[in-house]
Design a protein around this ligand. Structure first.
Ligand SMILES: C[S@@+](CC[C@H](N)C(=O)[O-])C[C@H]1O[C@@H](n2cnc3c(N)ncnc32)[C@H](O)[C@@H]1O
Length: 257
C-alpha cells in the first residue's frame, strides 16, 4: 500500500448508494486500474466502500470503537474516523505505515494486539489474511479483542483468484517462483511479495471450514467483496469459488461468552 496524499482529509462524496451494483463494481475496478498512478483515489474509494459495507451490516459506526488490523498507511482508519468512529490503526510494518500515519497509530502485530479482551465494537482487517503465515491465530486475536456481539470484517484475496499472485498475477497459475522471476524480468524491479515469506496460499474452502468450526464466532455472510451480483452464491460453489470469488469477504460476529 502506498502512502497517503494530501486530499485524504477531505470528506469525499459517496460514489454510489447501493451494494452490490454494477456501478459500484465498475468504479472499484477503474480505481484498481489507476492504483499505481492515483493510490490516493484508489484507496480512498476502497475505504469508503468498505466502511459502507460495515455500516450495511452493523449500522453507523459513529461513536463506536473500530480496530483496523494491518491497515497499512491508514486510509480505512481515517474513513472510519470521518464517520465519527473511534478508530485505531494497528500495523506492524513501518514502511507500510509511511511517513504520515493517522494519529495514535500503533506499531503492532495482528497475532498479539496490545488490547484488552472485547474492547472493539468492530474489528476490521482488509487484505491481510493472505499475508500471515498462521491465519487461525490471526483470526483468534481478532475475535479476542471484539466484544460479544461485535462485528468482525475480514477480507482476503485467495491464492487461486486471478489476482492471487498480487503483482505477479495471473502468472502465479504457472508457479509462484516462475511468476516472480517473470515480474522482475519485465519490470526490472524485484517483486514485493514472495510465496511463503509475505504471501501465503490461502484458500476459500479451508478458510470457511475453519471459521465455521469455531465456537467463538458466527459467520453472518461469506461473499465476494467486489462482485455486483451472485456475491454470496459464488462462494457456495466448491471449486468454482476458488477462481471466481476474487476476494472473499467474511462478516462475522463474536459470540456471547
Ligand atoms: C496488502 S496490505 C493491506 C493494507 C490495507 N489493509 C488494505 O486493505 O489496503 C497487507 C497489510 O498486512 C500487514 N500485515 C502483514 N502481516 C501482518 C500481521 N502479522 N499482523 C498485522 N498486519 C500484518 C502488512 O504490513 C500490510 O500493511
Amino acid at each position: 500500500m502506498r502512502p497517503r496524499g494530501g486530499a485524504s482529509h477531505v470528506t469525499a462524496p459517496r460514489p454510489y448508494g447501493h451494494d452490490p451494483s454494477f456501478r459500484r463494481s465498475l468504479a472499484l475496478f477503474r480505481a484498481f486500474l489507476r492504483e499505481q498512478d492515483d493510490p490516493e483515489g484508489c484507496y480512498s474509494l476502497l475505504a469508503r466502500d468498505a466502511a459502507d459495507q460495515v455500516e450495511a451490516y452493523d449500522g453507523p459506526v459513529a461513536g463506536r470503537t473500530v480496530v483496523d488490523v494491518g491497515g497499512g498507511s491508514g486510509y480505512f482508519t481515517e474513513e472510519f474516523r470521518r464517520r465519527g468512529a473511534h478508530a485505531f490503526l494497528f500495523e506492524p510494518d513501518l514502511t507500510e505505515l509511511g511517513d504520515r500515519p493517522p494519529d495514535s497509530a500503533v506499531v503492532a502485530d495482528g497475532y498479539l494486539l496490545p488490547l484488552r479482551d472485547g474492547v472493539a465494537d468492530v474489528t476490521f482487517s482488509s487484505n491481510v489474511l493472505e499475508h500471515v503465515a498462521d491465519p487461525e491465530t490471526f483470526l483468534s486475536e481478532l475475535a479476542r479483542v471484539t466484544r460479544p456481539g461485535g462485528l468482525i470484517y475480514v477480507s482476503f484475496t485467495n491464492w487461486l483468484s486471478p489476482w492471487g499472485g498480487h503483482e505477479w498475477a495471473p502468472w502465479h497459475y504457472f508457479g509462484a517462483e516462475r511468476a516472480r522471476a517473470r515480474y522482475a524480468r519485465r519490470t526490472g524491479r524485484p517483486a514485493k511479495h514472495r510465496l511463503g515469506e509475505n504471501l501465503f496460499a490461502v484458500h476459500i474452502g479451508s478458510t470457511l471450514r475453519q471459521v465455521r468450526a469455531r465456537d467463538d464466532i458466527t459467520v453472518v455472510s461469506a461473499r465476494s467483496r467486489y462482485w455486483p451480483f451472485l456475491a454470496e452464491t459464488v462462494v457456495k460453489a466448491p471449486g468454482i469459488r476458488e477462481f471466481a470469488t476474487w476476494n472473499l469477504l467474511l462478516i462475522m460476529r463474536r459470540c456471547p461468552t
